[in-house]
Write a protein that binds this ligand. Structure first.
Ligand SMILES: Cc1ncc(COP(=O)(O)O)c(C=O)c1O
Length: 389
């Protein structure tokens, strides 16, 4: 087949299947969303209204931690967490080489230095052995203090927190989890939020639990950290006082977004279950053709994304697009390859670079119907061999 003449075409009358579909969920939850948002418009407490308190209680209880603090975005959650931990100039924060730019950006924003650690090629999360190497290198060089390891639960699967914590503690550092993609995931009998002393998540609209704008949360069972985070997200003011006790920012989740999230939390478990069902269908139907996600028996992914590794990725993607199947590439570059982070590209990250060349995310969301799952599978089964020709 010539590259300019793909054999795959959109089935007649076939509706396009997008990577995400927020409309299906909005139609399903419409009345509840309207009621909850209407209540906010009525009472008018748009900042730190009662829905924010209710959401925080429910998030903490869902995750099994003492405190959830709702904030303005996932990136702000990371920044505010580091500010509360006193991370800044002279500190090394270890981040995976394969993640969204916000992970590294938050570190630079608090004045600390990101040190990139390679990822495990199977779990896609920070490799504990390379973390050990990187922390040893930093300590030997003596210019920076290893303060924080910030694993990312890529695509929704929790990182290996037991192994990463052991390494971090050996070097006197602590863990801040970037769980932007994994709220709803689990390791053993602990949910994301309870796997690290402090966890940041995102409610960006396309996340498994997403609002209709920007939003995020920080989860912890440390009361002093929680109090500090509450002050920092609100201009550094403690409680109702006017006095800025610490440096803060405008980092609150607004009440309308909290109302949206409350409606979505009611159906979150059921939606996660549907995500798992679809992932199992893809695993069974595509496992012989592409590298499907490996989820250890004692873990559950939140499946923010269902990501396979495939040769000729960009060609496969074009062929799927022609057949009406939307896909995504997260990410086309390893973190140190972005112009904004080249100054911190001090270490070799072969697995991060390799992943950037072959990852492809397929449609997966709770409103994907069985016949749509079948169409995605059929299209992938046709596109992969066609792309290799
Ligand atoms: C791994 C990771 N970290 C941080 C963020 C930042 O979250 P937000 O977009 O809510 O700022 C994202 C968002 O996509 C992410 O995927």
């Amino acid at each position: 087949m010539s590259p300019s003449k793909p054999v795959l075409t959109l089935a007649p009358g076939g509706r396009r299947i997008n990577l995400y579909d927020l409309h299906g969920q909005k139609n399903r939850l419409g009345e509840d969303l309207d009621r909850r948002m209407g209540a906010v418009l009525q009472h008018g407490q748009f900042i730190l209204g009662p829905e924010v308190d209710e959401l925080e209680r429910r998030l903490a209880s869902f995750a099994g931690v003492d405190h959830a603090i709702a904030v303005s975005s996932g990136r702000d959650a990371l920044m505010i967490a580091m500010m509360a931990m006193g991370v800044g100039r002279g500190d090394a924060v270890f981040v995976p080489g394969f993640t969204f730019a916000a992970t590294g950006g938050a570190v630079v924003s608090v004045g600390a230095t990101p040190v990139f650690v390679d990822v495990d090629p199977v779990s896609f999360a920070m490799d504990p052995d390379d973390l050990d190497k990187a922390m040893t290198e930093v300590r030997n060089e003596g210019r920076l203090v290893p303060r924080v390891a910030m694993p990312v639960d890529l695509y929704g699967l929790p990182a290996d927190y037991a192994a990463l914590t052991a390494v971090a503690e050996k070097h006197g550092a602590t863990i801040l989890a970037d769980a932007a993609q994994s709220f709803g995931g689990r390791s053993g009998n602990q949910r994301v939020g309870a796997l690290a002393p402090i966890t940041a998540t995102s409610f960006y609209p396309t996340k498994p639990l997403g609002c209709y704008g920007d939003g995020g949360a920080i989860l912890t069972s440390d009361p002093a950290l929680a109090e500090s985070i509450r002050a920092i997200r609100s201009h550094g003011r403690a409680g109702d006082g006017d006095e800025a006790t610490v440096l803060g920012l405008t980092g609150r989740l607004d009440t309308l977004q909290a109302a949206v999230l409350l409606a979505k939390l009611d159906v979150f478990e059921a939606e996660l279950k549907r995500r798992h069902e679809i992932a199992a269908c893809y695993d069974a139907a595509l496992g012989d053709l592409v590298t499907v996600p490996v989820i250890p028996d004692d873990q559950a992914s939140a499946f923010a994304l269902y990501t396979v590794r495939v040769r000729h990725r960009d060609k496969v993607r074009d062929l799927l697009d022609e057949r009406g199947i939307g896909t995504g590439v997260f990410y086309r570059l390893a973190l140190h390859q972005h112009p904004a982070f080249r100054a911190y590209a001090t270490r070799a990250l072969p697995h991060s670079v390799a992943l950037a060349a072959d990852v492809l995310s397929l449609p997966l969301h709770a409103d994907l119907a069985d016949d749509e799952v079948d169409r995605v599978i059929a299209a992938v089964r046709a596109a992969v061999p066609a792309a290799a020709e």
